[in-house]
Design a protein around this ligand. Structure first.
Ligand code: BGC
Length: 763
């Protein structure tokens, strides 16, 4: 009723001329007009205003109830207006959303599904016994630690193929926000604390997925670095930091991979919601970087629907009829220029025309999950990081056959995070299963004891409130010293798996999450004592999604493997690393600090207990290694660090000056060890008057045999030397000398040289 009155009022105010214009735009014309056959302009001209408004708003497929109340969006639309069950509900059950179909104009609904670690759809459907499982690939943090863009591209090809075969048109990933702080609840879905790593990895993933004709949505644009009050919090960031740290990765991804879509972030930047921000979505994304696809909101994001349309946030997800009505009304009463609506529709139509669904692809619902599982396993081994390996504890020698496996996750291994970063895979290979498959024995009493313990813990904790809530972490089992002594006598080695989980809606906490719990600390000390007393070793496996404290306990362990949340082939990959079937070659793309208080943003990161409305990025560009190394703050494991079962030497560094302020840097890397192995090489730049180093390029060698060398080449450009100058709103490379540091990590610099830029270059 209220809406009808509004409409009548609107008609009164716009007068006869207005009504005539509306009738033209509302008249259902276009008998012979079809998307693809006709031009976009003809298709748009044939749409009614209602159809136009609907196309700018997703066709909500009826979301499950039970979201935490904060999910209702800044204007609680979701709580007050029950979502309309969309016409496309049945297209791909479990997908995150669809666009609106206009069949009379040949416009299909296209399907959008999460996410960064694989295609998230429902594995079961009520009308069939067939299953629709997807491959759970390793989390993005692990993929990045491989430093292998070819591998990430290959994972992208698999994810894209799976999406396509399940009828999905756009995969909602990759995500590439910066690991500003270890407590970020979604860090597992993101690649790194460094923008170059994030951008290069995202570009590789997008190129892989899109090579099979499925789209991507790089997200969350931008500065969505915390989950606390994520739907409304204001990120107060200075311009230089914004461009150099929080936008840079997106810039690289857009320029190198041309993603079909970008997902704007929930939060505000400098007081303006990202989804309502024309500077971000138009000036920077489209004009400066040349983005040609469409922008969609994150789910329920923003407050002012009309401003979203104006800002160039083309599609609002998951959508509701109510928003479409608001848009149509704004056009009718002159608040929104119809040309702006048409502009956004044009962008959406351009992408729809590329989709499998528009092109009539006959999807099989039968992707080759076996083949993809192999790639998932390979990716998992290549991104695991060997943090410690005293006296060649690893690989496990012939003398090791019976392993005492501690830690819940040795049996219930965590393959991924929760929320939209989850994937419904058919299985997860546990560490126990992986070890047994590789020929190691684990006394049966462990599995039994842990099954009973988990059962009791689950009963104690109860069910989580919603599917989307982060899983509640179970307390570890605390074995007695006498029991451990007994196991130490019977087994050859102790393996202790420490696990963590997190996901959207909540950031992690310092106590009992970033830091070990009391029981975990006690267990490490007791295990170390019991096994060392009998000349046996302790290996710790970290089955985690984000950085934890390691400095206080690492001395107790003989070896530490950072396995991350490695996807469904977790156990297979961990066993391959432990046994030496695969030589570890991953290195950290984030810092493991000594203590939380050392993290440069630790004083400014939003604390949920204070219900923060703003987060000040006071640390500026001093994020991660840029800070630790520049300020000489010791770390537990530095950015870029990772051991191997091998040694590599770096030689023959040369620099050639090329035209156009470019420099060719060349060096050779030789495997001086006894195993086959790959090495990650990092190129950092530092201007003479700064203490801060910045990663600009990296490369991973092929699998080198002992004695084998590979020549690596990097091209350093003036862009690599430039800093963002907010005054000029431009990047500027100042003349002068720059150090080129070639590192095995951000601390372990193996070769150095210098380059000279003759004159200022501005971009
Ligand atoms: C997440 C997005 C995701 C969307 C759809 C949101 O809660 O922030 O990353 O793509 O849900 O599932």
């Amino acid at each position: 009723m209220k809406q009808i009155t509004n409409k009548l009022n609107t008609l009164r105010t716009i007068g006869l001329a207005g009504i005539a214009a509306m009738l033209v735009s509302c008249s259902p014309s276009g008998q012979n007009i079809r998307l693809g056959k006709s031009t976009n302009q003809e298709v748009i001209a044939a749409m009614t205003l209602e159809e136009k408004a609907q196309l700018l708003v997703g066709d909500d497929p009826g979301f499950p109830r039970g979201y935490p109340s904060g999910f209702g969006g800044a204007d609680t639309l979701f709580d007050s207006q029950p979502p309309v069950v969309g016409q496309t509900k049945k297209l791909v059950p479990g997908a995150a959303g669809t666009t609106f179909a206009i069949p009379r104009l040949g416009i299909p609904a296209i399907v959008l599904a999460d996410g960064p670690a694989g295609v998230r759809i429902d594995p079961m459907r009520p009308d069939t016994t067939k299953t629709f499982y997807a491959t759970a690939f390793p989390i993005e943090s692990l993929l990045a630690c491989s430093w292998d863009t070819n591998l990430v591209r290959q994972v992208g090809v698999c994810m894209g193929t799976e999406a396509k075969e399940y009828g999905v048109d756009i995969l909602l990933g990759p995500a590439l926000n910066i690991h500003r702080n270890p407590l970020g609840g979604r860090n597992f879905e993101y690649y790194s604390e460094d923008p170059v790593v994030s951008g290069e990895m995202a570009a590789a993933m997008v190129n892989g997925v899109q090579s099979v004709g499925v789209g991507t949505s790089i997200k969350h644009f931008a500065a969505n670095n915390n989950e606390t009050n994520r739907m409304s919090i204001n990120a107060e960031i200075d311009e230089k930091t914004l461009h150099e740290i929080y936008l840079k990765g997106f810039e690289i991804a857009v320029k190198k991979s041309n993603p079909w879509t970008v997902m704007s972030a929930y939060n505000k930047i400098k007081g303006v919601y990202c989804s309502e921000n024309p500077v971000l979505l138009d000036s920077i994304l489209r004009k400066d970087w040349g983005f040609t696809g469409f922008v969609m909101t994150d789910w329920f994001a923003g407050r002012d629907r009309i401003q979203q349309v104006k800002a160039g946030n083309d599609l609002q997800m998951p959508g509701s009829k109510y928003i479409a009505e608001q848009i149509a009304e704004a056009v009718q009463n002159g608040d929104l220029d119809e040309a702006v609506v048409d502009r956004n529709i044009d962008r959406i139509l351009n992408i729809i025309k590329q989709t499998p669904r528009f092109n009539g692809y006959d999807y099989s619902d039968n992707p080759d999950l076996k083949a993809h599982a192999k790639i998932a396993a390979q990716a998992a081994t290549d991104g695991m990081v060997l943090l410690k390996n005293n006296r060649n504890t690893l690989p496990l020698g012939k003398a090791i056959s019976k392993i005492a496996a501690f830690g819940i996750a040795s049996f219930e291994t965590i393959s991924r995070g929760t929320g939209s970063g989850n994937v419904n895979s058919a299985y997860t290979v546990s560490i126990k299963q992986g070890l047994e498959k590789s020929g190691y024995g684990i006394p049966a009493e462990f599995e039994k004891a842990y099954a009973e313990h988990v059962q009791a813990e689950k009963e104690r904790i109860g069910e989580k409130k919603s599917y989307f809530d982060p899983d509640i972490m179970l307390q570890e089992k605390n074995w007695s010293e006498a029991e451990l002594k007994q196991f130490a006598a019977e087994c050859d080695l102790a393996l202790f798996t420490i696990s963590r989980t997190s996901g959207e809606f909540a950031d992690r906490k310092v106590a009992d999450d970033f830091q070990l719990t009391d029981i975990e600390q006690q267990m490490i000390r007791k295990l170390s004592k019991a096994f060392h007393a009998q000349g046996k070793k302790l290996v710790v496996v970290l089955n985690i999604g984000g950085v934890i404290e390691t400095a206080s306990w690492k001395n107790e362990a003989d070896a530490i493997v950072l396995a991350w949340q490695p996807g469904q082939e977790a156990g297979t990959a961990i066993a391959q690393i432990l046994s030496g079937d695969v030589t570890p070659s991953g290195k950290l793309t984030m810092t493991f600090p000594v203590k939380y208080g050392d993290v440069p943003s630790s004083n400014f990161f939003p604390d949920p207990s204070t219900n923060p409305q703003q987060t000040d990025y006071t640390e500026g560009t001093a994020v991660g290694y840029r800070y630790y190394r520049g300020a000489d703050v010791a770390t537990s494991y530095e950015f870029g660090f990772g051991l191997s079962y091998n040694d590599f030497t770096y030689n023959n560094l040369s620099v050639d000056s090329l035209p156009d302020h470019k420099f060719q840097i060349e060096l050779s890397v030789t495997n001086t060890g006894v195993n086959n192995g790959k090495e990650v090489v990092q190129l950092y730049l530092k201007s003479k008057d700064s203490r801060m180093i910045q990663l600009k390029h990296f490369a991973k060698t092929a699998l080198l045999k002992p004695g084998e060398s590979e020549t690596l080449k990097f091209e350093v450009t003036a862009q690599d030397l430039a800093e963002y100058d907010p005054g000029q709103k431009a990047w500027s490379a100042e003349p002068g000398t720059y150090d080129v540091l070639i590192g095995a990590s951000s601390q372990d610099i193996r070769l150095r040289t210098a380059i000279e830029l003759g004159k200022q270059v501005i971009f």
